[in-house]
Ligand binder design. Structure first.
Ligand code: ACM
Ligand code: ZN
Length: 775
């Protein structure tokens, strides 16, 4: 029979064609190809391949397992048990073809009406080819119940594809909250769908030890459980009493770990275990106090601990003996070429005074406790490399000198990775700025509680592990990139999914696709297709990228202000109202910036397929007397937090709890001092200074706010002052410092806000101010 595809054949004939197998009326366009990450090269051809019950998989014998991913899908969604055979039938088959000349993880995919050919050097290439086939199939292939009238057709295409980086990672913190084995396996499936190849398990931290070690059973019996204070904010949990019942927790048995590793291997994923040291180990010290400098009994903390001073003793030989024994069991379980030893955030005050640590410093001729940490990591590196593995650690392992064979995971920005690569070390980039999935991805007022930073989808998409200015030699040391999901604020699987998807899709493209193949507009379309897939899979993905945000421009000539509405995706259907009325499909459609000249309540929302998506924007734009007036800074805001530049302080738009929202002006250690020119003598009754506090991110309310008035901009009279004492605060909080004046006329208003200076907990102190409202 002649094959006719993509033409209108008439209903009777169509039914007949589908009935006899192998035909479809479906006409594909480029828009139907939504593969993430974007392949190197995709060419759409005429025609399509139709899967049916007789479709066969032709697979070289030792690769049979690789087809599981697709066969399981067909079994669940189509109800077919498709067969794997040795020899190809004349047509209607998927064939895996070996080509030893190809790159390690590369594949080509050629789909015709007759067959589907995946060519690769081996397992991972075959897997990625089949994952691409999966993404070409309709989203209903993800259904775990049988779909009636499934249309299992994929377009004829030729795809040539290979990854940009060889480390494409995701870290799960299973310590701060414990996640069951089944959830880890499900996450592995999601990683494989996106052609990610590394799962980093953060198995040890202060709040829980999560891997069974046969030689030290108390690590999990004691260290795996903490007093349940899950009802309280992470940083508001009290120190548990010794002997209190510890009921929150869990751990993976060695059998669980074997299952996770085997499953990951079948999905092309290497599991990198992280065994933290020398800090983030209070769970181990709770189990075995002799591991610490002073051996004081402690409980596993239920929540945040900062700074972390209760760490392993670097003086006692028994500490190293313990760690080597632990690592021996770990290396037996994990075939990973890399063993992660953490190394971050150790406060070494105990080391300064511990007799054993002091002796070690002296005997080894070390300059200070930084070098003692370096000694610690070097020793572990020697042990790990003696077993044929490579040590990897957070960028703090650079401090005091890095062991020659070590690899660095750069998290405090890209700097650690730059330095390490300069020194000839391999690096994995996982900077907080682009790849911390515990950070907010949308408006904090409507998002579930998260860590303070801001990593929206588009920011993740901008991630490039290679930093501009790197030499070709340095570039070669960049193994790739990784996202990290710390779980302090991630207590459930649903929340873990929410923080992970769709950001993982953006990250996957950043580490797989060639730079020149990346396009935010194109990704926006493809990721929205992925949303439909996530819906079928029952994944609680975040819709934060649909949240409407505002861009405000002030015209200082006319005193008017225009407000642009947007969301992360281009060309969205945004509906809005300016009179407080709720938004529906009949609301005004946004086209261009809206001019406002009075206090206005703006509501806005994105619509997709006629339905509202994402949270609704609700914002009151409060006009005041200083709106759009010139501001002179006597002490300029910090380069990193410029808000809306010089007009920002009086641009009528208030900063939100998201301190990266482009409204806040920041001063690090300094005070704010500025003069607003009202341009003519103006009656002034009240000045309000908005401030943000987020102590976890080093942002503190001012300790004093002062208002001074003048008519000549030279001599100023103090008109009012407010003082406020520092108070510990675990929340992110907005506060208005309101200074009421007995009505006075003035042209110039000087406003000062005094920085806290040195916080009691140490570190720098940011002052964040927006807006100054004059009434
Ligand atoms: C880290 O985020 N402390 C590695
Ligand atoms: Zn010590």
């Amino acid at each position: 029979m002649k094959r006719i595809v993509g033409k209108w054949l008439g209903v009777t004939m169509l039914v007949a064609l589908i009935g006899c197998g192998g035909q479809s009326q479906k006409q594909f366009t480029e828009n139907d190809i939504n593969i993430i990450p974007k392949p190197d090269k995709v060419e759409l051809m005429a025609g399509a391949f139709v899967f049916n019950e007789d479709t066969r998989f032709v697979v070289p014998e030792k690769y049979a397992e690789v087809t599981d991913v697709l066969l399981n899908k067909f079994e669940a969604a189509a109800g077919w048990q498709l067969e794997v055979v040795d020899a190809a039938p004349s047509k209607n088959y998927v064939k895996l073809v070996l080509d030893p000349a190809m790159g390690e993880e590369a594949y080509t995919l050629k789909v015709t009406e007759e067959n589907v050919l995946v060519t690769a050097k081996g397992y991972s290439g075959f897997l990625y080819g089949l994952e691409s086939v999966r993404q070409l199939l309709p989203v209903s292939i993800e259904s775990d119940t049988q779909v009636t009238n499934g249309d299992w057709v994929i377009p004829a295409v030729e795809i040539k594809d290979s990854p940009r980086f060889k480390w494409r990672g995701f870290m799960m913190d299973v310590s701060r909250h414990f996640f069951e084995k089944e959830y880890v396996l499900a996450t592995i499936d999601q990683l494989a769908l996106l052609k990610m190849n590394t799962l980093h398990l953060h198995l040890v931290d202060d709040q829980g030890w999560r891997i069974e070690i046969k030689k030290y059973p108390k690590l999990t019996e004691v260290g795996g459980f903490r007093v349940d204070q899950e009802d309280k904010h992470w940083d508001a949990r009290r120190t548990p009493e010794l002997g209190e019942e510890a009921t929150y927790g869990g751990y993976y048995t060695q059998e669980d770990i074997k299952e996770i590793v085997a499953y990951a291997t079948s999905r092309g994923i290497n599991v990198v275990p992280e065994i933290e040291m020398p800090a983030h180990v209070m769970s181990a010290i709770a189990a075995y106090p002799e591991l610490s400098c002073f051996q004081n009994p402690i409980m596993v903390p239920s929540g945040g601990v900062w700074p972390i001073t209760e760490i392993y003793c670097a003086g006692k030989e028994s500490t190293f003996e313990f760690l080597e024994n632990v690592l021996i069991e770990v290396m037996e379980l994990f075939p990973s070429p890399y063993i992660h030893v953490g190394g971050d955030e150790a406060t070494k005050t105990n080391w300064e005074i511990c007799p054993d640590c002091k002796r070690r410093v002296k005997e080894e001729g070390l300059a200070n406790v930084e070098e003692l940490q370096s000694y610690f990591i070097r020793r572990m590196e020697q042990f790990i490399s003696s077993k044929g593995r490579t040590l990897i650690g957070w960028d703090e392992i650079l401090e005091g000198g890095l062991a020659p064979g070590a690899t660095v995971m750069s998290w405090r920005g890209f700097e650690g990775g730059l330095k390490a690569s300069e020194e000839g070390h391999d690096v994995v980039m996982s900077p907080t700025s682009h790849s911390y999935f515990d950070y907010y991805q949308g408006n904090q007022d409507v998002e579930p509680m998260a860590w303070g930073g801001f990593t929206p989808l588009s920011k993740v998409y901008e991630f490039d592990p290679v930093v501009e200015g790197m030499s070709p030699e340095q570039e070669k040391h960049v193994l790739g990139g990784q996202a990290n999901l710390w779980s302090e604020f991630v207590p459930t699987e649903a929340q873990s999914q929410y923080m992970t998807y769709p950001r993982l899709a953006a990250l996957a493209e950043s580490v797989w696709s060639k730079k020149e193949n990346k396009s935010w507009a194109d990704f926006s379309n493809r990721v929205q297709a992925m949303f439909k897939r996530y819906e079928v899979m029952g994944i609680n993905y975040a819709k934060s990228a649909f949240q409407v945000t505002t861009d405000v421009t002030v015209d200082s000539e006319t005193g008017t202000l225009s407000i642009a509405l947007k969301n992360e995706f281009p060309n969205s259907d945004i509906r809005y109202s300016l009179d407080g009325s709720d938004i529906d499909g009949d609301s005004q459609q946004y086209e261009s910036p809206i001019v406002l000249d009075k206090t206005t309540q703006v509501k806005a929302q994105v619509f997709k397929d006629g339905e509202p998506v994402g949270a609704q924007l609700e914002k009151t734009i409060n006009f005041h007397k200083a709106a759009g007036k010139p501001v002179t800074y006597l002490n300029k805001y910090h380069d990193s937090y410029q808000g809306a530049k010089d007009v920002g302080m009086v641009n009528v738009v208030r900063g939100s709890k998201n301190f990266h929202d482009g409204q806040w002006q920041g001063w690090l250690g300094d005070d704010m001092e500025l003069i607003i020119d009202m341009e003519e003598p103006t009656e002034i009754e009240r000045v309000t200074v908005g401030a943000l506090e987020n102590q976890g991110s080093g942002i503190y309310f001012p300790v004093e706010v002062e208002v001074l008035l003048s008519n000549d901009a030279k001599s100023f009279d103090r008109a009012g002052v407010l003082e406020r004492d520092y108070a510990a605060n675990t929340k992110s909080e907005l506060k208005d410092f309101i200074i009421d004046l007995t009505k006075q006329s003035a042209r110039y208003i000087k406003v000062k806000a005094i920085n806290l200076g040195t916080p009691p907990t140490g570190g720098g102190s940011w002052l964040f101010i927006d807006e100054i409202i004059v009434e």
